[in-house]
Design a binder for this molecule. Structure first.
Ligand code: OGA
Ligand code: MN
Length: 285
């Protein structure tokens, strides 16, 4: 197995490994590369759902689709309860997956819960000819490059992360609209996250839309967030994934932000996805 760091100083391509084969030693190397680089890409991995689930589950327990909320006639359409589908493809007039074809703004996943998932794993299945790229931005570096005074001013501050909207900006079922981010339902986290495994400090902004720095006035919160976001998404701290079918990408959701470009509604895109709920004990190296 070889690890080739990307130019951006985070993220790496891993070659010479078949993710369908369970090998303790190889996984220990993958796990430490994931912590070191924040995002890993593996090309030419034609995984079925069971293999995607098995690989993802090595990081820790996976999120499971709650069948209880679903009409029973849908159950048989689910191939694997640990694999969700992101797609704009319609079957019988209904989308077969989430997120559609719109742009998804910068975010990390599910920061509106108390313990957000540490890892997300995506597999490219159908890829549009243009658009639909996924971009990543390193928040450890973002934290390192903050001017000293700004960094000092945020060490004890927290952000409330909105739970009501999805990453494409639509309201989740069961939530009411509101006009003011101070009224958003959600969870509060420190702006600077101490990474539990690497010990590094990362900016932890979640999403710009509907965010609020608690304890500040609305205007103070908005201008502080705008300033922090200008460092969070510096061009030189970004890496762009141009998808090919059979690409697997896994990122450290505590460390990087991601966003997705929109794409033509007439093109098909399908990504299959697992979400790791918490990390298991760090494997031996
Ligand atoms: C996600 C996500 C981006 C994409 O899976 O959390 O934001 O490229 N997806 O589809
Ligand atoms: Mn996401």
């Amino acid at each position: 197995m070889n690890i080739h760091p990307f130019e951006a100083e985070f993220g790496a391509e891993v070659t010479g490994v078949d993710l369908r084969v369970q090998n303790e030693e190889a996984f220990a190397d993958i796990y430490s590369a994931w912590l070191n680089f924040g995002v890993l890409r593996f090309r030419d991995q034609p995984l079925d759902d069971e293999a995607l689930q098995a690989f993802s589950a090595r990081f820790g327990p996976l999120e499971e689709m709650p069948l209880g909320l679903m009409p029973e006639e849908w159950h048989r359409k689910i191939n694997n309860r640990f694999v969700t589908v992101l797609s704009n493809i319609m079957v019988d007039g209904k989308p077969i997956g989430g997120l559609g074809n719109g742009e998804a703004n910068w975010h990390s996943d599910m920061t509106y819960v108390d313990d957000p998932p540490p890892a997300s794993v995506l597999l490219g299945v159908e890829i549009p000819a243009r658009g639909g790229d996924t971009h990543f931005a390193d928040q450890c570096t973002a934290c390192d490059v903050l001017p000293e005074a700004l960094r000092k001013s945020i060490v004890h501050l927290n952000i409330k992360h909105d739970a009501a909207h999805t990453s494409v900006g639509s309201l989740r079922p069961g939530y009411d609209t509101f006009e003011d981010p101070r009224d958003a339902p959600g969870t509060v986290h420190p702006i600077v996250l101490e990474h539990e495994e690497t010990g590094r400090s990362c900016l932890y902004l979640g999403r710009r839309e509907w965010a609020y720095v608690t304890g500040l006035t609305f205007d103070e919160s908005e201008s502080l967030l705008d300033e922090l976001w200008s460092y969070a998404i510096l061009e030189e701290n970004q890496w762009r994934q141009r998808w090919r079918a059979h690409d697997v990408v896994v990122w450290d959701n505590r460390r990087v932000l991601h966003r997705r470009d929109g794409f033509d509604a007439n093109h098909r895109r399908m990504i299959r996805r697992c979400q790791v709920l918490k990390v298991s004990a760090v494997p031996p190296t």
